[in-house]
Design a protein around this ligand. Structure first.
Ligand code: ATP
Ligand code: MG
Ligand code: MG
Ligand code: MG
Length: 462
């Protein structure tokens, strides 16, 4: 079966709706009332209080397609983008949920039936994992569903035991993997080769059945619940008979648009994939009200934009380009997310201002970095170079690290930190003398960029 990504999203919702699930709209990427979470990173986020019993809803089954960003915090896939076939900074998570309604057996049945009957995946290409102590799940997969024993892999690590926090609801998971074939490197979960992309995890089923107490004991929840998450782009790749998420319809269109804009002909180029990925996270974050800034969420956004701009430079883009891709994205996803169309002028403006700012220093920073690379001895870019790139040219350290990685090099993080400390000490000394020029200097190095003054002011939208 070949389905467009948009049709697949709809099919998932229809299937679960026909089984009594209430369709619930995706929540914002900026989590409501949850300062512990940088960005919404899973479908269950918006139901946290419902799972905890603090919020009652008029339904006990729900289905959603949740926009997610994993580019910081506990889940950070930024470094995977461009390197694996399956990771994005922004993706959509399809999920079905039971709030004290059905449990393990039905959740497994729903998932299996959706995959093998509804969208017709061949059973023999699927394998599953269970938490090593979860005999119940093993038994359901083996005896109820009929998955051969050797395709049910027991995993003892926390990968297969989910918890909301140090205390509270938690429980074992069962993940469903798809085998893309022996021609692709990688091994099944639990093997040393599992880092590869041959076996790709498509769906995670979480069985919330305990309430973890402060002393570590596990109390059985009176009404166990279900939380599941399946990556839309991953399942789409399978249905479109391609291996990488970046080969699906949606991404191919974005990659083509990016190639046209920067004047590149090499559609396989990794930088195009990174740019296509980044335009999604950046546009959606701006639509959800995040503005580039020097700290917190805004700084993550700024870092992603700068990475994208650097990749464009790498491809030889002769002018600012990134903002032009926002309209291609709104064409691609605007039907499902009308805000991409409504807010297009805002998104374009924010991106353009950011890009213009960074372009002023990018070429000079890259020239300095390239000089360093040419004369470098050893495999580490010195901390003072990383610091100068950061401080003078606006290169976030992850961007420098991205370049380093392309040359099989590392960056000297410790050296960078001590250069940072030294600058702080100087700033402190200066302020002791009553100088006030540091007013615009943010010195929280974890989330700050100190190269320009008042960039935020310029990013204001009219
Ligand atoms: P992986 O092990 O491949 O990194 P995960 O175990 O971190 O995935 P979960 O937290 O279980 O992922 O999220 C549920 C589902 O969301 C995954 O099974 C996958 O299909 C999808 N998913 C997770 N992270 C990403 C990502 N960065 N890009 C695209 N899809 C993702
Ligand atoms: Mg992951
Ligand atoms: Mg996983
Ligand atoms: Mg998982």
């Amino acid at each position: 079966m070949t389905l467009s990504t948009a049709d697949l999203r709809q099919k998932f919702k229809d299937y679960f709706q026909s089984h009594g699930h209430q369709p619930v709209a995706s929540s914002s990427l900026v989590p409501a009332d949850d300062p512990t979470l940088l960005f919404t990173n899973a479908g269950m986020n918006q139901f946290k209080d419902t799972f905890l019993g603090a919020e009652k809803r008029s339904y006990t089954r729900a289905v959603s397609s949740q926009r997610c960003v994993r580019a910081g915090g506990k889940h950070n896939d930024l470094e995977n983008v461009g390197y694996t076939a399956r990771h994005h900074t922004f993706f959509e998570m399809l999920g079905n949920f039971s709030f004290g309604d059905y449990f393990k057996k039905e959740a497994i049945e729903f998932a299996w039936n959706f995959l093998t009957k509804e969208i017709g995946l061949p059973k023999e290409k699927l394998l599953v994992t269970v938490y090593s102590e979860d005999e119940e799940a093993f038994d359901i997969w083996e005896n109820h569903i009929g998955v051969p024993k050797e395709k049910i892999i027991r995993i003892s690590t926390s990968d297969n035991f989910w918890s909301m926090g140090d205390t509270g609801p938690c429980g074992p998971c069962s993940e469903i993997f798809y085998d893309h074939g022996a021609h692709i490197w990688g091994g099944p979960p639990g093997t040393p080769e599992e880092d590869g992309d041959r076996f790709i995890e498509i769906w995670n089923l979480v069985f919330m059945q305990y309430n973890k107490q402060a002393d570590g004991t596990m109390e059985a929840l009176p009404k166990p619940s279900i939380d599941t998450g399946m990556g839309l782009e991953r399942i789409s790749a399978i249905l479109q008979n391609v291996h990488s998420n970046y080969e699906i319809d949606l991404f191919q269109n974005l990659i083509q648009a990016a190639a046209t804009i920067v004047g590149s002909e090499d559609l396989e180029n990794k930088s195009l994939r990174v740019i296509a990925d980044h335009i999604r996270s950046c546009s959606f974050l701006i639509c959800d009200g995040v503005m580039p800034s020097n700290e917190g969420r805004g700084y993550v956004l700024r870092r992603i934009i700068r990475r994208a701009v650097r990749h464009g430079y790498q491809l030889g883009a002769s002018d600012i380009f990134f903002y032009k891709l926002a309209s291609a994205l709104s064409k691609e996803m605007g039907e499902a997310y009308p805000e991409l169309v409504d807010q297009l002028p805002v998104v374009e403006k924010v991106l353009r201002v950011e890009e213009e700012q960074f372009s002023k220093t990018l070429a000079r920073g890259m020239a300095m970095l390239n000089d360093t690379l040419e004369t470098l001895e050893g495999d580490t870019i010195p901390g003072d170079v990383v610091f100068k790139l950061y401080d003078t040219y606006g290169f976030p350290t992850d961007l420098t690290n991205d370049v380093a990685r392309e040359h099989d090099l590392k960056i000297d993080v410790e050296g960078f930190e001590s250069a940072m400390q030294a600058q702080r000490a100087r700033a402190q000394q200066a302020s002791n003398f009553g100088a006030d020029y540091n007013n615009t200097l943010t010195i929280d190095h974890a989330t700050s960029f100190t190269g320009y003054s008042d960039v935020e002011g310029e990013a204001n939208i009219v």
